[in-house]
Design a protein around this ligand. Structure first.
Ligand SMILES: Cc1ncc(COP(=O)(O)O)c(C=O)c1O
Length: 459
């Protein structure tokens, strides 16, 4: 059941108050006039007039299991009645059980024993992972990908490739060394996958070839760089899926050079790509896994990381190494536990593969009908539409922005009545619709999404 709208103030008055009292610094404000929403259910958002919008982005993949998922909401309500508040220095059952479930998932996926610790948002958990690496290695230099996004705290901004996130704030620590992401549709080296023989990985290997490349001391047998931060499918960068052997080849180099692999699953974890962890698609074992967003289906801000035992044992990483008042807050752990229990009941591996394949087939047909769609691809229900000029290559950000705004304006005539469409734009050229629908999206809702996209690309 969708809740009744709770309109209190008229929109003009709210906008006046927003203009006066709200900082814009904590949002991305893509639209010139950001939209108010009033309700949500399943795959849909509802505006202040109760008009529906199909959401194909689900709060940057935080709401993988549908808006107002009843099982998860009921668990939070029960926690509100039982133990809504507790300082993190004391224990509560949900915290222990969430840690056990996530550590068990890592043991299943990677065959490694480890531990889980919590924080509040994705970037904060990334910061914690940086502390783990620094603590274990005594070194501070990291590698990461161009187009990567790991958050906007000062530390996370150093491994996020955009200078835009650092320009006005200066450097907090050491900016990462950024390696080109294997973006085959726009290969940074101008190669083709069928003939390149993973030239991009070979370029990484070359960094360590001689001491003059400044990464490796062959006398000490030591690398100056001690961790590589990766998103298995590059998220904000445009849902870019690397070629099948990329990560296994990269991992061989990292093993040889004793460089830790930190796997940022904040956007792609929890079955977005059809596997519990997105990195499982590529058959490599990370040393640290960082997660957030869909961990509570977006219900409560809690994030965390798993690390293999030698990095995170209490002897190595003792109490007080990190802490936040709200780190393992009981509403968050209750929501996370309910989310993990929900996942256990669903068989998402099969479901996401099937829905993703169906969605991708429809997107491929859509691409045939519109010359301004340069590329579509997907892994599970992480799907992408690259918006281009009719040459199917030159990025067209302006067209992507127009379609985004027209979707948000709502009232598009469809077979199910007037409807809006919620999209998100990412990509190295800000011309990619990064589609992250509910993992429970129905075939009818996928068809509706295609109908809406068809209309918007035609107008
Ligand atoms: C891959 C990835 N890492 C880190 C973050 C930062 O998470 P948060 O916004 O919760 O700080 C995000 C957020 O979009 C993300 O997609």
């Amino acid at each position: 059941m969708k809740p009744l709208p709770m309109i209190r103030l008229n929109e003009d008055l709210l906008r006046e108050k927003e203009a006066k009292f709200c900082s814009h610094g904590d949002t991305v404000h893509y639209s010139p006039v950001p939209k108010f929403f009033q309700g949500c259910e399943g795959s849909f958002l509802y505006d202040r007039e109760d008009k529906p919008y199909l959401d194909l982005q689900m709060w940057y993949s935080a709401v993988n299991f549908g808006y107002r998922n009843k099982s998860i909401i009921d668990a939070v309500k029960a926690q509100l009645d039982q133990l809504p508040q507790l300082a993190c220095q004391y224990l509560h059952e949900e915290k222990v059980l969430v840690a056990e479930k996530l550590a068990t998932e890592c043991l299943r996926a990677f065959g490694l024993e480890g531990r889980v610790q919590f924080n509040v948002g994705g970037a904060q958990a990334i910061e914690d992972s940086m502390k783990l690496v620094r603590n274990a290695t005594g070194k501070t230099l990291f590698m990461a990908f161009t187009g990567g996004y790991h958050g906007r705290t000062l530390g996370a901004s150093e491994i996020t490739s955009s200078y835009r996130y650092r320009r006005r704030f200066g450097h907090f620590s050491n900016r990462a060394h950024f390696v080109p992401f294997p973006y085959c549709y726009r290969c940074p080296y101008g190669k083709k996958l069928d003939t390149c023989e993973y030239y991009c990985v070979n370029q990484v290997e070359r960094l360590f070839e001689t001491e003059y490349n400044s990464f490796w001391d062959s006398k000490a047998n030591e690398s100056e760089f001690v961790a590589f931060y990766v998103e298995p499918v590059q998220a904000t960068g445009g849902y870019i899926i690397p070629p099948p052997e990329y990560f296994s080849r990269l991992k061989n180099i990292l093993n040889e050079r004793k460089i830790l692999l930190v796997d940022d699953e904040i956007q792609m974890g929890f079955f977005r790509t059809g596997k519990f962890w997105a990195i499982e698609n590529f058959g490599v074992k990370p040393n640290i896994v960082v997660f957030g967003k869909a961990m509570t289906n977006g219900l409560n801000p809690i994030s965390g990381l798993w690390a293999e035992e030698p990095l995170i044992s209490p002897q190595k990483f003792p109490p007080g190494s990190t802490h936040s008042t709200f780190a393992s807050n009981p509403l968050g752990t209750a929501a996370a536990l309910a989310t993990l229990q929900w996942i256990e009941q669903q068989n998402y591996e099969e479901k996401v593969a099937a829905s993703g394949a169906y969605f991708l087939r429809q997107l491929e047909a859509l691409k045939q009908r519109h010359a301004t769609i340069g590329d579509v691809s997907g892994l599970g229900l992480a799907l992408r539409i690259e918006v281009t000029r009719p040459d199917r290559f030159t990025p067209d950000k302006a067209l992507a922005d127009r379609i985004f705004e027209a979707g948000l304006a709502g009232g598009i005539p469809t077979s199910r009545g007037p409807m809006g469409l919620v999209l998100d734009i990412g990509g190295h050229y800000k011309n990619v619709f990064t589609l992250a629908p509910s993992l429970d999206i129905t075939r009818e809702e996928i068809d509706l999404g295609i109908e809406l996209l068809d209309k918007l690309f035609s107008s």
